[in-house]
Design a protein around this ligand. Structure first.
Ligand SMILES: Cc1cc2nc3c(=O)[nH]c(=O)nc-3n(C[C@H](O)[C@H](O)[C@H](O)COP(=O)(O)OP(=O)(O)OC[C@H]3O[C@@H](n4cnc5c(N)ncnc54)[C@H](O)[C@@H]3O)c2cc1C
Length: 394
């Protein structure tokens, strides 16, 4: 095998999945993660389809089933917490032959991380500052000051990828903003309401909460903003202020949720954007996951695309015996048409994701309840099938 020594930037779902498969296929990966440890908490993600199939190949399904959030019902409620429309989530899962899980993003990454071979190099609390490459190698300089040689580098460092920035240039060329900001954080000991994922709307805004084990409640906020906001990405206090301004007077449980925000250890805030790129590699450097093809939360597929993309890239490297030119091209050819389709359908969905008027909210609640009808459920499930993606055996 050629080009065995591979640096992966980012230990999110894409990065740890790639490390797993590269090691399985005989490569020697090293992971570098900017956080001091694997990121904890995070929002709830639906995980099914091709992502589920790859997780099965990895042998991590038993681990994932243990941390499934076991939602029984999705319900839209009004300001008095009265149900206005609901969907039996367990029934939907049964119709999918139970090949679907709801997980904390970090639980998925953690399960893959736990399955990694012990001899994989892992560097926490550091990042790449400089990448230089020639025909023979890549020289990487870390923020901590040291430099190392690698055969290949893969950026799995998310929507605001540093590797993409260093190799392909400014993010603005690739980011497509879809008119929303989203936030999420976990709070402790919030009143428990059973296994119901409760969602509340006012025009242009939506909040959701779900209480899972150990007295923890995960929150999800989304609000419309026709123009991109200007704020410091590293200034969490500023982001919290933006969220407060949007939701403090929105009613329901919003004031209480916001008052607990400061006690949370996993505050997340970002724009709802997609990343679209003509090429996902340059020379010896390639990208995977949100870094090259973020579909946004509107697709409900980002984690699947991250784990599947990692499998395909590692598999093509194996198949090409480490010839990165052949492998990077095969990876894009195999995966890009599917990504394009998922990004397009998410884009179509963007305008209606959060209703803009009270009438729109009423209509959406009605449509939501109708989704429990068998033929509507079938249509819905078709949306989640990963048609047009063939998972090769490598
Ligand atoms: C609110 C919300 C809800 C979502 N719901 C769903 C859902 O229901 N289903 C679904 O499939 N997907 C969902 N997604 C999308 C999914 O979470 C992402 O697509 C997925 O996490 C992408 O994985 P990734 O590994 O590519 O990137 P990330 O998860 O962003 O991981 C990137 C990693 O790189 C690290 N990093 C960043 N910068 C650097 C650097 N400079 N150096 C080193 N390391 C760095 C980060 O700390 C992180 O660990 C949702 C997303 C959001 C925001």
């Amino acid at each position: 095998m050629n080009n065995k020594n591979i640096l992966i930037s980012g230990a999110g779902i894409a990065g740890v999945s790639l490390a797993f498969w590269l090691r399985r296929f005989g490569f020697q990966p090293t992971l570098i993660e900017i956080s001091p440890k694997l990121r904890e908490g995070g929002y709830a993600i639906d995980f099914m389809g091709a992502g589920y199939d790859v997780a099965k190949k990895m042998g991590i399904l038993p681990e994932l089933e243990k941390v499934d959030m076991d939602i029984s019902k999705l319900a839209f409620v009004d300001g008095n917490n009265k149900e206005q429309g609901s969907m039996n989530y367990r029934k939907i899962k049964r119709l999918m032959n139970n090949r679907a899980l709801t997980l904390l993003r970090s639980d998925l990454a953690k399960a893959i991380y736990k399955a990694l071979d012990q001899d994989i190099g892992i560097i926490f609390g550091d990042t790449i500052d400089k990448i230089e490459q020639d025909n023979e190698k890549v020289i990487v300089t870390f923020r901590s000051g040291s430099s190392r040689f690698f055969d290949l580098v893969v950026g799995a460092d998310g929507l605001h990828s540093k590797v993409r920035n260093l190799i392909f240039g400014n993010e603005a060329q690739f980011e497509n903003y879809y008119g929303y900001y989203t936030s999420s954080f976990t709070i402790e000991n919030f009143p428990y309401e059973g296994k119901v994922f409760s969602m509340y709307n006012v025009p242009n805004k939506q909040v959701a909460i779900y209480s899972y084990s150990k007295g923890k409640t995960t929150t999800f906020f989304i609000f419309a903003s026709p123009v991109k906001l200007s704020y410091n990405y590293h200034d969490v206090d500023q982001q919290k202020e933006i969220l407060k301004k949007q939701f403090m007077d929105a009613g329901w449980k919003c004031p209480e949720l916001l008052s607990r925000m400061d006690s949370s250890a996993d505050f997340y805030f970002d724009s709802v954007s997609q990343i679209k790129m003509e090429k996902w590699s340059k020379g010896r450097v390639a990208l995977i996951g949100d870094a090259c093809c973020c579909p946004s939360l509107l697709s409900g597929k980002g984690s699947t695309l991250a784990i599947v993309g990692a499998y395909i890239l590692a598999g093509e490297l194996k198949q090409a015996n480490g010839n990165y030119i052949t492998a990077f091209e095969a990876y894009e050819n195999a995966f890009k048409p599917f990504i394009t389709k998922k990004q397009k359908s998410a884009q179509t969905f963007a305008k209606s994701f959060v209703p803009k008027t009270n009438f729109g909210i009423w209509l959406r609640n009605l449509a939501f309840s109708l989704m429990s009808l068998p033929f509507v459920t079938k249509l819905l499930l078709n949306q989640f099938k990963d048609k047009g993606l063939e998972l090769k055996e490598y």
